[in-house]
Design a protein around this ligand. Structure first.
Ligand code: ATP
Length: 236
């Protein structure tokens, strides 16, 4: 589904990403981990086309990531989603539906807003929503066109425990539907229980990748290691 091959990104003299390669398959949830400044957001922005890679290739379902056909295949929810202050929650859904040329979107919009406990906020303006609610609206708009690849930058930040649990359940459900989910997160315990594989970036380099069990086998303490133990060991 998603293939990143020899991706590098320089900001002036700073090598933010160096020769990063990985794949994410359909029906898989993959976590992108790394200390502050490791290059996680840069990776996600390069995949989504918000940043121009210095070198390397990125394809989604075999199509170059900048091709307009790819825009229908994925969604990207940024770390701090901004809403339109003067649009209501439902108008955000409508706006996105029109942008993607969706004709039968209303039932799906209602269903998504219901899932995220936003039913009573449909007529609320963007500017009146809390941070967590904005995040949930951004996720709902991102899911409306039923993308195959879902890319989330720190999706749990700003969400309350109930919303985190719901979002994890939605991730699991999307995985069952064969979607491909790629998540960057600092909250190691949040992703530990549902990621199939993790990638670890440090100083722009991919220093570890594999299932949690595979990574556990690399650290002292083995089987009983938490993702935090593994993370601290491989990034030290
Ligand atoms: N627009 C930019 N111009 C110059 N340098 C940048 C820019 N964006 C990021 N960087 C630098 O690139 C490196 C990687 O940054 P990036 O935001 O991708 O890391 P990150 O892993 O997402 O970090 P964090 O966990 O703190 O959000 C950092 O050294 C950062 O300072």
């Amino acid at each position: 589904m998603l293939i990143v091959s020899h991706l590098s990104k320089n900001y002036g003299k700073l090598k933010a990403l160096e020769d990063v390669s990985f794949e994410v398959q359909s029906g898989e949830i993959v976590g992108l981990l790394g200390p502050n400044g490791a290059g996680k957001s840069t990776t996600l922005k390069a995949i989504t086309g918000l940043l121009r890679p210095t070198s390397g290739t990125i394809t989604i379902e075999g199509i170059a990531h900048k091709d307009v056909r790819v825009k229908h295949l994925f969604t990207y929810v940024s770390e701090t989603p901004e809403l339109y202050e003067m649009l209501t929650v439902m108008e955000h859904m409508q706006f996105v539906a029109y942008a993607y040329g969706l004709s039968h979107w209303k039932d799906r919009a209602d269903h998504l807003l219901d899932q995220f406990d936003l039913k009573d906020k449909v007529n609320e303006l963007g500017k009146n929503l809390s941070k967590g609610m904005k995040q949930k609206v951004a996720i709902c708009t991102g899911l409306l066109h039923d993308p195959k690849l879902l890319i989330f930058d720190e999706p749990f930040i700003g969400l309350d425990p109930k919303a985190i649990r719901e979002l994890k359940n939605i991730f699991r459900q999307l995985k069952e539907e064969g979607k491909c989910i790629f998540i960057s997160s600092h909250l190691l315990d949040s992703i530990e229980d549902f990621c199939d594989r993790v990638l670890v970036l440090k100083n722009g380099k991919l220093i570890a990748k594999g299932t949690l069990d595979e990574l556990r086998s690399r650290v002292e303490g083995g089987e009983s290691s938490s993702l935090e133990d593994v993370f601290l060991e491989v990034t030290k």
